[in-house]
Design a protein around this ligand. Structure first.
Ligand code: SF4
Length: 587
């Protein structure tokens, strides 16, 4: 321990902020209740609380930890600066889990703290991804470093104590680069944790944790493999139980397991057996959301045990149904013909399925996207489909290849939230591509298809009123709130004076009438959608034949038919696809 700390009786302020990002009008995207809990914030907060408990700055120094998720809580820099002033700026602000689209907002917040003499550290996928994949630090990172911001790259589990001690003597290094040594997470002494008062700011009181990190696959658009590695690392079942029990004790019993692919967690069965014991023997009321790949149904017992373990919602990386596109994106593990089989297997145990679909892979055109959406509607029994624009995220192979080739990419990182086109496409203009994204939401969530989804759900035993909320959220977020469902929340907050630097602060008489008008028109739009879904459900409930509903997507897949589906969507020869794959990989 450096001498500077000896005998000091102090409060070390540790503010952990997960920043949001700006909407197209320059206002911070923020909700009274957000939907997705931040795993990075929970992970770093758990470690910070652990460090505080262990009194790593000595018995006379309290480490005061405050966690803020900006998507559901307003960050008030003036109040934070006041708190630091009381202690002579003893402590630091950590901007955690910062993704590329959040980096500009993180920099704007950081500037206010730096101006007040407070130390700032930024960590997360943007910093780690850029350092992992680019030969040179990009301009935005260089600017941040010149301002005096410290970067943390990699995973902080084994290094947080060092960072706190360096900050305590104001000797933070410009960069802590631990990308090369990713830690084991089997038995981390301070696992992810957020107090209930923070969890309550999400819809449904959901918290999150990762049961594993890393993924063996090689999707070219993915940042996870280059930041968390391709070698998977896992928490032990004991550690998972500890996370669940500590949350249960404070009344939090719904969890989002954030592993990109829980089916590839080699300990999935041991973890599920523990969850089954907690539910069936110890009587804990638990619910989980997980993410899996399209081959998960081939793992013996995985789906059955998911249901018994308390999983209620499953996110599946469908990504795209055009086989050429999948090969070009190195998503070989996705075989179209297996999709329906897999979705029906989830339906058999009555679980809700969500699938992600990427728009803008190299073979996509506005016409092919429309065709593919129709195929999905007719052939695949998905409950909620979400669209993303293929985005060369810093940290992905796609970004690295484009960067090396000098291909133009938008410089504003705020746009890298998978809803904006940021580079050119071989077959669509940027405008066509952007329009195709907006059309996709409307084309999929038509009133007819919403009713079909509900009818399929009815025969699968899924609770229609629960699905109705999901459908309201997924069908309305983009057309009504103008944000992706994963970024949407309950009741949009806008702070007049917190606008992106460079955009004018609107006068009171302009801002408030406009804001009020938006609230009214959005409320009417959502009320209409609610009424429409409500009427559909009543119709289904009163229909005596509803229990016998079936359509092509509900038919078990036979091998011949699987081949038909493949032929139907295959638009290019395998030879062309392999050539394209090589081109994408830059070989
Ligand atoms: S399966 Fe998911 S985590 Fe794995 S490489 Fe593909 S996108 Fe990344």
């Amino acid at each position: 321990m450096p001498n500077a700390l000896e005998g000091r009786t102090d409060k070390f302020e540790l503010f952990l902020i997960k920043p949001s990002h700006y909407d197209e009008d320059g206002y911070v995207i923020q909700w009274v209740r957000s939907t997705m809990p931040s795993n990075s914030l929970a992970a770093v907060n758990g470690l910070a609380c652990g460090a505080s408990k262990r009194q790593i700055l000595g018995p006379d120094t309290t480490i005061n930890v405050t966690a803020i998720d900006e998507t559901n809580t307003r960050v008030r820099p003036k109040d934070i600066i006041r708190r630091f002033r009381k202690n002579g700026n003893f402590g630091f602000v950590g901007l955690v889990g910062v993704q590329s689209n959040e980096f500009p907002r993180a920099l704007d917040l950081a500037q206010k703290f730096l101006d007040a003499g407070i130390q700032v550290i930024i960590g997360g996928f943007h910093v780690s991804g850029c350092l992992a994949m680019l030969e040179e630090m990009p301009a935005d990172l260089r600017v941040a470093q010149q301002k005096g911001i410290t970067f943390f790259a990699g995973e902080i589990e084994e290094h947080f104590d060092e960072v706190i001690k360096d900050a305590a003597v104001r000797e933070l290094k410009p960069i802590y680069d631990h990308m090369a040594e990713l830690p084991g997470i089997g038995t981390v002494s301070a696992p992810p944790f957020l107090e209930k008062k923070f969890v309550e700011r999400t819809v449904g009181n959901v918290t999150s944790f990762d049961a594993g990190r890393g993924c063996p696959f090689q999707c070219s658009f993915c940042t996870i493999i280059n930041v968390q590695g391709r070698k998977s690392r896992y928490r032990s079942p004991d550690s998972v139980e500890e996370i669940i029990r500590s949350n249960y004790k404070q009344g939090v019993n719904r969890f989002f397991i954030t592993d990109d692919n829980f089916a590839r967690n080699k300990d999935w069965e041991a973890i599920y057996d523990r969850l089954i014991k907690l539910r069936e023997i110890d009587g804990l009321d638990l619910g989980f959301m997980i993410q899996v790949d399209t081959q998960c149904h081939k793992i013996n017992n995985f789906i059955e045990k998911s249901a018994r373990a308390g999983v209620t919602r499953v996110f599946i990386g469908l990504e795209n149904i055009n086989p050429d596109n999948l090969i070009a994106a190195k998503k070989r593990q996705n075989k179209l013909t297996e999709y329906r089989k897999m979705l029906l297997a989830w339906k058999d145990v009555g679980l809700m399925t969500f699938a992600g679909y990427i728009l803008g892979l190299s073979n996509d055109t506005p016409q092919s996207i429309r065709r593919d959406i129709k195929i999905i509607q007719d052939e695949l029994p998905i409950d909620a489909l979400e669209f993303f624009i293929l985005t060369p995220l810093p940290g992905s192979e796609d970004h690295q290849v484009l960067d090396k080739k000098g291909v133009a990419m938008d410089k504003d990182m705020n746009l890298y939230e998978l809803e904006h086109v940021v580079t050119d496409h071989p077959k669509m203009s940027r405008q066509e591509w952007q329009q195709a994204y907006h059309d996709a939401w409307n084309d999929f969530y038509t009133p007819q298809h919403l009713e079909t989804i509900l009818r399929r759900a009815f025969v699968s035993g899924i609770k229609l009123r629960r699905l109705m909320i999901v459908l309201l959220w997924f069908s309305g977020a983009v057309p009504v709130e103008r944000v992706h469902p994963l970024q949407a929340g309950l009741f949009r907050r806008k702070i007049r004076t917190e606008r992106r630097p460079g955009m004018p602060i609107e006068p009171v008489w302009v801002f408030y009438p406009k804001y009020l008008g938006e609230i009214v028109s959005k409320s009417i739009a959502f009320a209409r959608r609610w009424r429409q879904l409500d009427l559909m459900i009543r119709r289904i409930e009163q229909d005596h034949n509803a229990g016998r509903y079936t359509d092509a997507a509900m038919q078990p897949v036979e091998d011949d038919h699987m081949e038909d589906m493949e032929l139907y969507t295959q638009t290019q020869s395998a030879r062309t696809a392999v050539t394209r794959e090589r081109r994408v990989a830059g070989l």
